[in-house]
Design a protein. Sequence first.
Length: 154
Amino acid sequence: MFDADTFCAELAASGVDLRLDEPGRITVTGNRAARARWLPEIRAHKAAVLLALAARDQTLDRHRRFSVIQTDGAVLSVSRCPPCPLAEVQADYPDAVCTVERVPETAVALAPADLALAQAVLKAWGEDDPVMIEEWMDGLAREPARLQQMRDLA
């Protein structure tokens, strides 16, 4: 019988890390050769691995991006790092309608003017966390509404 917890421990010992970024999606990182070696087995036991990961870190219902419609009709695109459950965003905006945003698969490059503006906004905020910066810039590149929201903010 397949033991997903033991399997995940073996993967970690070989330099492979698994995590859930969204429901049903496993992200595999770490040593390239080890990833290539283990990927067929990860796919073969995906359902069991998903359950083990969900039990391990409770990220199955966590999301990065949310749409918030306020009582005055204003629509916000809210991102969270690390990902969080929808209930957490609803608690932060109790009078608004909150939904999970689907993340587009492909991003377009930011125009030079938008890139400079985004860097100026980040500097004004004092943001220096490279992971946060990368995620925010990626969100601007993937979602035109977020890019426009940043322009309006500036």
